[in-house]
Structure formats: C-alpha cells, structure tokens
Design a protein around this ligand. Structure first.
Ligand code: KG4
Ligand code: ZN
Length: 346
C-alpha cells in the first residue's frame, strides 16, 4: 500500500538508492536528490557476455550474491552508517521480475529492520532524474527522451512527479536495436558502446538506411524496419562475398537512429513551447546522439542536456534522486511493495 506522509522534514534529506532491475547491482547515497555521496555499481556484463545477452535467472542469482556487499560499500564510500539514512528508495519496475524482487526484498527488509521510510521508484523516472544529478539547476518543465535497452519514451516532464507521455516505440527499443545490430555485425554484447566506438571515423552517409515512421503518430518510433534493413544489408553482402566496412555500417545505422530520435524530440520542444530538452537512459551515452541532439537544439535556441555517462546507464544514484522527489511528496510504501515488471511511466 502506498500512503502519503504530510510531515516531511525538507532539510538535507539523505537517501539510500537500490537498483537491480536488469544486469547491474547498484547502491548509492544521494543528498537532496542531486549530491551524490557514493555510487557503487557491480556490473554482471562479463558473465552475460558469454551467453550473448542477459540471462534473467543468472541476473537474479548474482544480485542475491552481490547486493549486501554493494550496499555496504555505498555506505562506506559516503562515510555513513544506516543511522544517517533518511529513507530507502528502490527500483520497483519495470524490469526483469526476478532481478527486481532481489532489490525490493532487500529494501523492504532494511526499511523494516531500521524503521526507515521505504519508497518504490519507477526505473524510467529514475533515468529521467539522472539529469538532476549532472544539472543542478534543472527544473521542470522540460522535454525528456528516454532511450534505454527496454524503453524509448518521449515525455514532457511537467513537474518532478508528473509526466506526459508524448511518444513511444511501437516495436524494438532504441538500445535493443543497437544490441541486435551489434550482434549481427559481429561486435558482440553489449552492443551499444561497441557500435558507438565502431562508428567513430565511419561515414554516416555510406549506406542509406530507412528512417522509421509511424503513420498518424508523429512522436512515435519504430525501429524494426531499420533493424531488418541492416540485417538484409549484412546478409546481402555476405552472399555476394563482399567485405562489410563495419565503421561505415555503424555510422550509417547511428545516423538513421539519431535522425528520428532528434527530429521528434526537438519538434516536441518547439510545438509544446518548452525551451529545454534532456536525454536519458543507456543510449543517451551515445556520442553521435549527444552531438546530433545538441546541434539540432542549438539551431532552434533550445537548451540540450544529458547526464554524465555513468548516470546514463543503470545506476542507483538516479533511483535515489527520483526517490527524493517522492519523499518530498510524502510517498511511502510498506511491506506490500512488490516488483512490477511492466510498470509504465506514470
Ligand atoms: O539504461 P540501460 O543501462 O538499461 C535499461 O534500462 O535498459 O540501457 C542499456 C542499453 C543497452 O541496450 C546498451 O547497448 C545501450 O543502452 N547503450 C548504448 C551506449 N551505452 C549503452 N547505446 C548506444 N551507445 C552507447 N554508448
Ligand atoms: Zn535502465
């Protein structure tokens, strides 16, 4: 049950954030939603790489093994003990159900044992809140493009806890497309950072890939056509015995992705009359996307923001940052808090 606490002490709130929705076990201590005192991330990437992608059962088991140590380290790096923490914020969804359950169970146990407030946080809202850590002056309203492995959302952030979902993907998420293209071209897992590096020095005009559109939905995205076009290009070249220039392919693919992401996001800023655009989620670490978004925003006099790379991909500081605004609003969860694998952006 979620209740509302109206007697919030608003001075110097220190939140312990916990994140375990996918393949990173993370804990962080954040003061007043913006000042990161510690940010510990235990990545499982090396283990999942063996299988070419995240294996949910392995992810859950590794979260179980690592979560206590990660939390201990986060407190140590912040120079704090559990007594110094005002509340515990944990990712409740969306994500892998078994993975989420580890963080949620841990947070519930800690909140009960320590008699501290418990706050379940939406992972997508966490990604958005990562921008508050890097941009201390940022306040709503602004437009935010959330591009991660599981989500592609274009939202107007009307207030810290109020979002209008303007556009979304109809098929693959942007990050998922990066991962699939990387695998097809032999770059391996995780695909996003590898495509990013491969594209540097490549010609973005070498191959004309389609820019996906969704009929009658000017803010929505579709990446499945682009993914198929890249796979067809690779198959065609292989059948003809032609060499593929991976750098040109990566740059051309990125150009197709960034064109649609940037044009819809900037259009949203212009049409809603909002002068600030932010990006968030793993794909917001992408070099080409950051550069293209910045350039297009500048053309239209729009401010363009993105988190530092470490706060783009999954981390617990962003969960503590979003949890802070829930805390201020008085949101409190109890022992009935559960993992919500399909939780939408509220
Ligand atoms: O936000 P995130 O860590 O996890 C989810 O919530 O899904 O995003 C992970 C996704 C993966 O698909 C990964 O390939 C992609 O973000 N990614 C990138 C880059 N770094 C991570 N995609 C493109 N360029 C990058 N530099
Ligand atoms: Zn994420």
């Amino acid at each position: 049950m979620i209740t509302t606490d109206k007697t919030v002490n608003k001075e110097n709130i220190t939140i312990l954030g916990i994140e375990s929705s996918c393949d990173e076990t993370a804990a962080a201590v954040v003061r007043n939603g913006r000042e990161v005192l510690s940010n510990v991330i235990s990545s499982q990437i090396d283990i999942h790489t063996v299988y070419g992608g995240v294996v949910p059962e392995i992810a859950s088991r590794l979260h179980c093994e690592n979560i206590n140590g990660v939390i201990k380290m986060a407190l140590k790096e912040a120079g704090m003990s559990f007594e110094d923490i005002d509340a515990i914020a944990v990712t409740k969804g969306p994500g892998l159900v078994g993975a989420l359950l580890v963080g949620v169970s841990e947070a519930k146990a800690l909140a009960y044992a320590l008699d501290k407030p418990l706050i379940g946080v939406n992972h997508i809202e966490g990604h958005i809140a990562a921008n508050y850590i890097t941009h201390k002056e940022l306040e709503p309203p602004y437009v935010c493009l959330v591009v991660s492995g599981g989500h592609t959302h274009l939202a107007v952030v009307k207030d810290y806890k109020s979002f209008e979902l303007v556009g979304r993907t109809h098929d693959d998420a942007a990050g998922e497309t990066f991962d699939k293209v990387a695998r097809a071209v032999g770059l391996g897992y995780p695909g996003g950072p590898k495509v990013d590096r491969a594209a540097i020095g490549g010609n973005p005009h070498a191959i004309e890939f389609p820019r996906g559109e969704v009929k009658d939905s000017p803010y929505d995205f579709s990446f499945s056509g682009l993914k198929s076009a890249v796979l067809n290009y690779i198959n065609g070249a292989q059948m003809k015995g032609e060499n593929i220039d991976v750098s040109d392919l990566a740059a051309s693919f990125e150009a197709a992705v960034t064109d649609v992401l940037v044009s819809r996001t900037v259009k949203c800023g212009i049409e809603y009359g909002i002068g600030t655009v932010a990006i968030a989620g793993g794909v917001s670490a992408n070099t080409a996307l950051r550069a293209a978004m910045k350039a297009e925003c500048e053309k239209h006099g729009i401010k363009c923001l993105y988190p530092e790379p470490v706060f783009c991909t999954d981390n617990a500081a962003m969960i503590a940052a979003a949890g802070y605004y829930e805390y201020l609003a008085g949101t409190r969860d109890d022992e009935s808090l559960n993992a919500l694998p399909n939780l939408p952006l509220s």
